[in-house]
Design a protein around this ligand. Sequence first.
Ligand code: NI
Ligand code: MN
Length: 227
Amino acid sequence: MIEITYFGHASFLVKLAGENIIFDPFISPNEKAAHIDVSSLRADYVLISHGHEDHVADAEKIVKSSNATLVSNYEVAVWFAKKGIEKYHPMNHGGSKSFDFGTVKYVNAVHSSTLPDGSSGGNPGGFVIKHEKGSFYYAGDTALTYDMKLIGEEFKIDFAFLPIGDNFTMGIEDALKAADFVGTKKIIGMHYDTFPFIEIDHEEAKKAAERAGKELIILNIGDSISL
Ligand code: NI
Ligand code: MN
């Protein structure tokens, strides 16, 4: 079983093979996540999909306090290295690397990736994590793209973290197609409600998923599930 805890926006803790993996930590600037104490979080790995503020805000703090390894694309990883992060692992699109918990593949996302200070954050991506018992997909911020079909061909995806907030990323209808492309019925929604631009109707989204024969999991901030 994989334990997943939601920290709001696109941030999750995934406990896998005894390792704590935190994705895209944007917690302290998020009023909706005010009850999450960032200083209490411990990570072995912090995975960053792209350079936008709403994905990197708490990464430096968590990586430094936990002595975690930061994994991202080359530009984002090196930007953090210049902030004094010692353990970092740069990747680029199409590349895979084995870590303690499994293999990470950095895959395409259709989006942008400028870092908070205006530096280039390279090109945005997502991650496929292949571990001993299966695989899952963390899409990052992205549009629907046919590239997702390659993920479905290469991996047996058990569940996918997909953006559903629309406006800056896919909305629910495209996320349902993305789930088809990668070959899963189970979607964990992310990147919704944080800002007025991306507020969604949860019941409508769940109904749309049901009509498409999918399960949409919408977690309350701070809640955990095991998959
Ligand atoms: Ni973004
Ligand atoms: Mn974003």
